[in-house]
Ligand binder design. Structure first.
Ligand SMILES: Nc1ncnc2c1ncn2[C@@H]1O[C@H](COP(=O)(O)OP(=O)(O)O)[C@@H](O)[C@H]1O
Ligand SMILES: [Mg+2]
Length: 284
């Protein structure tokens, strides 16, 4: 596996907003939200880097009809450079694909995750926003990516297990990474009130036990056209731009665009290798 110190050309010119899309439970819509938020921001004249951070079972390539020859597993085995695996996705979106079913990628150590994330700091990209779709569960890769970014979006749906898993994700990120601020998106909702109810259920659970801030970022309705777009391997923004979910993604994109940008050009991802290896003393 590739270790820190690899030679990739560096051009760190501008601060980059870094966002991880997490949530704990599988099937809640993390990958769909990551792909469509990226497509929304890309269509809105932002340069976006969409990273498939589900190193074991990546799906972003499938969601966007991409056919990668090489993926992050080739980067980790030293057979490809990170810059060589970047693909062109929807308008304005560059995609870093992950493999699916590569056993070794499920076994990466904390240092190897740090090494992988360190490579992004040196990637030559014009991206203003980097969105990372992270894996289901409480894996080391989920922790490493969420620790490395400035913003964590928690995707949650109206199921007791989804709320519980979202809570568990928040608790673990708070304990292990000292993350204090989380953005919350309710998905597959029936109405805007429904979205707020799901958010309130999560707030009730966390308020009792943790000193964290949950910022509600709105809801994405349950939308058969979004399902169709998934089957057609397109973003709903492109396939059905007037559908309810596409409109909701536009609202979410506008909201994300208003979040404060990092002030310093500290690289394309906030943390560097040393900081990942240390026990986190996060400052977010
Ligand atoms: N808002 C929505 N409306 C309808 N179907 C949705 C919505 N969000 C997600 N889905 C469906 O849920 C499935 C699982 O979503 P996915 O993003 O793969 O979940 P995760 O990444 O959290 O495991 C998608 O394939 C899609 O069919
Ligand atoms: Mg996923």
């Amino acid at each position: 596996m590739r270790m820190p110190g690899s030679t990739i050309k560096s051009r760190q010119t501008q601060p980059v907003q870094t966002i991880a899309i997490a949530g704990g439970k599988g099937g809640v819509g993390k990958s769909v939200v990551a792909a469509n938020l990226a497509a929304t921001l890309g269509s809105d004249a932002h340069d976006v880097l969409l990273v498939d951070g589900d190193l074991e079972m990546g799906s972003i390539d499938q969601l966007l009809s991409l056919h990668p020859k090489h993926t992050l597993s080739d980067v980790m085995s030293g057979h490809s450079e990170l810059s060589d695996i970047v693909l062109q996705g929807p308008k304005g979106v560059s995609v870093v694909p992950s493999g699916s079913g590569v056993y070794e990628m499920a076994q990466l150590s904390q240092v190897e995750h740090a090494s992988l994330i360190g490579l992004f700091s040196d990637l030559c990209t014009e991206a203003e926003v980097m969105i990372i779709d992270v894996a289901t569960g409480l894996s080391e890769s989920m922790l490493s990516f969420c620790r490395a970014v400035r913003e964590v979006i928690i995707v949650v749906v109206d199921e007791p297990t989804a709320v519980r898993d979202a809570y568990a994700t928040i608790r673990v990120l708070h304990e292990k990474c000292r993350t204090r601020r989380f953005r919350v998106v309710s998905n597959k909702t029936q109405s805007s009130c429904h979205g707020l109810d799901i958010y309130s259920a999560l707030v009730d659970k966390t308020d009792q036990t943790m000193d964290v801030l949950l910022d509600y970022c709105g809801s994405i309705p349950f939308d058969p056209q979004l399902k169709l777009a998934v089957c057609q391997q397109q973003s709903v923004i492109e396939a059905y731009p007037c559908s309810p979910s596409a409109l909701a993604f536009r609202k979410l994109g506008a909201r994300v665009s208003r979040w404060p940008q990092p002030q310093t050009p500290c690289g394309h991802i906030e943390f560097f290798v040393e900081r990942l290896i240390q026990t986190a003393e996060g400052t977010r």
